[in-house]
Design a protein around this ligand. Structure first.
Ligand code: FPP
Length: 238
């Protein structure tokens, strides 16, 4: 779903790739897991700031389908951070924030997956801001997931092949019903998308900065927003 903003103004949907936690820690002679802990703090700060300035949708890339390959100690620490965050659900209820998880929850421990589903259900009616966490998420996996559902519908004769179009594929992604990404921010000096919201970012503006994620501040976000507002978006037109 394309957002209706053609240029300038505030993005409707911002995506963040929270990169550079490991390097932040190593630079300080600390274990990588402390970088993730600090990164989780930056996530809280930036999410709160987005809400304050009126961003309607934000997505944070918290754990990719490939991140399971990391050392067990690091994966365990990330799970610990996610669990701590899930325990804060009450705060978000107070803040009128809708929470949503993108990705296959079944890979997480049963109690954690249940908590995630429970949070989604409890916050479904909140309309202040939609906060999405991409966890066990991969852009290609997202598309496969949508295609599988379409194949199932076709096999059950609920749709004809000619009914398959972009809006059907879009509606069956994890982000079904959520506007496409307008602004995608990647800190830490890397300039790639790393399988994050690849369908949804087809017309996004990109913002790269050398700042490592734990140091990413509201001030830096203001800079990215200023840059975004100055760009002319044409969505393939002239
Ligand atoms: C990539 O940076 C970051 C991750 C794989 C994890 C991101 C997760 C968090 C910041 C925790 C979020 C917490 C909550 C509660 C949502 P990297 O560590 O690979 O960076 P590097 O390239 O410097 O090693």
């Amino acid at each position: 779903m394309l957002s209706d903003k053609s240029s300038g103004g505030l993005p409707v949907h911002i995506g963040f790739i929270m990169d550079g936690n490991g390097r932040w820690a190593v630079k300080r002679g600390l274990p990588r897991k402390l970088g993730h802990r600090e990164g989780a703090q930056a996530f809280r700060k930036i999410a709160r700031y987005c809400k304050k300035i009126g961003i309607k949708y934000v997505t944070f890339y918290a754990f990719s389908t490939e991140n399971w390959k990391r050392p067990k100690e690091e994966v365990d620490e990330l799970m610990r951070l996610f669990r701590e965050y899930l325990d804060e659900v009450e705060d978000y209820a107070r803040e009128n924030t809708r929470l949503f998880f993108l990705g296959d929850k079944s890979a997480f421990d049963g109690d954690m997956a249940r908590k995630m589903a429970d949070m989604e259900e409890k916050s479904a009616g909140f309309d202040g801001m939609t906060l999405m966490l991409a966890m066990n998420y991969g852009g290609r996996d997202d598309i496969v997931h949508s295609v599988r559902k379409i194949a199932e519908m076709a096999a059950n004769k609920e749709i004809r092949i000619s009914d398959i179009d972009e809006s059907l594929v879009s509606s069956l992604l994890y982000t079904g019903g959520i506007p496409d990404v307008d602004l995608l921010i990647r800190p830490s000096g890397e300039k790639r998308i790393s399988n994050f919201l690849i369908w949804q970012s087809a017309y996004a503006e990109y913002y790269f900065t050398d700042t490592l994620w734990p140091d990413f501040s509201p001030k830096e976000l203001d800079k990215a927003l200023e840059d975004f507002a100055s760009r002319k978006r044409r969505f393939g037109g002239v």
